[in-house]
Design a protein around this ligand. Sequence first.
Ligand code: SF4
Length: 102
Amino acid sequence: MADGQGAPAQAAAMVSEKIYCANCIHCKLVRTTSGNANQYYLRVRCAAGKWKKKLGEEKIYKYFTVARRSLDNCDSYIPMGDAREFIRDLRKSLPIKDELYT
Ligand code: SF4
């Protein structure tokens, strides 16, 4: 910006932009067993190891909640594209509850 006022405003906008884990390369979809060998549930995990329980074990989340995983910032965030459009489309396609798949 020629007048030097655009850059700080842009930086402020970037800082206030929420990070959606679902749009991060480290957010991985995994299957967990259901007790029945032919059926499974979908879960999401952070392959960068950022999701932890209080005692330090890895925390995984139910797939249908993935659009809710957001942060103000994350030093390991690697976006996979335009977050706003991606999250909008993801919300339309996510199941509304924890589903069993075969
Ligand atoms: S690295 Fe950060 S932004 Fe990416 S999935 Fe893990 S916690 Fe979310």
